[in-house]
Design a protein around this ligand. Sequence first.
Ligand SMILES: *Cc1c(COP(=O)(O)O)cnc(C)c1O
Length: 385
Amino acid sequence: MPNDKQFGFATRAIHSGQEPDPETGAVSPPIYPTSTYVQQALGKNKGYEYARVSNPTRTRLEENLATLEGGIASRVFASGMAAINAITTMYKSGDHVVCGNNLYGGTPRLFNQILTGYGLEFTYVDTSDVKNVERALRKNTRMVYVETPTNPLMALSDIQAISRVCRRAKAEFVVDNTFMSPYFQQPLSLGADMVVHSTTKFLNGHSDGLGGVVVCSKPEQVERLSFVQKAAGAILSPFESWLILRGVKTLAVRMEQHDKNGRIVADFLSTHKKVKRVYYPGLPDHPQYELAQRQMTGFGSMISFETGSLANANKMLKKVRVCSLAESLGGVETLISHPATMTHAGIGVKGRRDIGITDGMVRISVGIENVEDIIADLDQALAAI
Ligand SMILES: *Cc1c(COP(=O)(O)O)cnc(C)c1O
């Protein structure tokens, strides 16, 4: 859609890159399962030569996600981790990166167990205080990498404040926006240089496909990431691209409902006798409630809460019926998980203690089922404690 900035978010989600097929008028974009494209003459083609380099279904998705995040272009990859890895290929041995100390578990695993072997250096700090970011900067710092809110502690970082620090230090500022989606948080408009998502979560929204995207604000980033797609090859398939194009059409209505249900479930948990503490940026007692209201246009549906012990968590998680005990998040169905033994097992006891993840902590990705059914399910499960 040309000039699509004049349209609202839901309209762009449904129409940007989602134009009818010019050949047949098909309303749903075609999937092009092809590895190569016939050329008209030497050096003459229709813009497509080989499918690792580009594919029309993928091009449509890249257009769509770029407009939703307010970027100039985006590039999609086979998973969120492949997208994050693609960003790191912009740096070289001896470069330094400052990151949040409570990132999605796979990210420090990539950084510490693969990329340090290639000479990249990483420092982890609590980015919820911008002063910690400032103090960690070095002469060779090239990137600051932040998730807000964090998983599972739901701590926020001030995107605007960190972007100012990055500008002064000439470091690129990358925000993993997976938890909020572009519907509730727009990091590029707050000064970030790139946004990354695991599209596996809210963007696709149906727990049926893996993917990742990097949304860019500068032409040189786009050029580099296009080269990484071609050279390293971890591209998103045409079918998965299509799944996300379909999923994203309902992003606005899903996020509205996730947010509504999230607020109701957070309120319910915060007054429940068996629950000792609730982590949700939409509760007035969240330490960064003010920042949440300023930086996000909704609070989303990711909630963590404290049951008191591993035994208590286990007792309740064995009883859930509407909620499914599973890793991942952002699907239409409510998923409930236990960070200490599932998503955050890899960082070890000390790693968890350092950032405040307890054995009794339970994380919930509130889905869009009838909220009274979710609450009744949690209530009967909590009764087992
Ligand atoms: C899931 C997730 C990732 C990794 O994405 P995959 O698609 O699983 O590779 C990265 N960041 C966050 C915040 C995530 O939730």
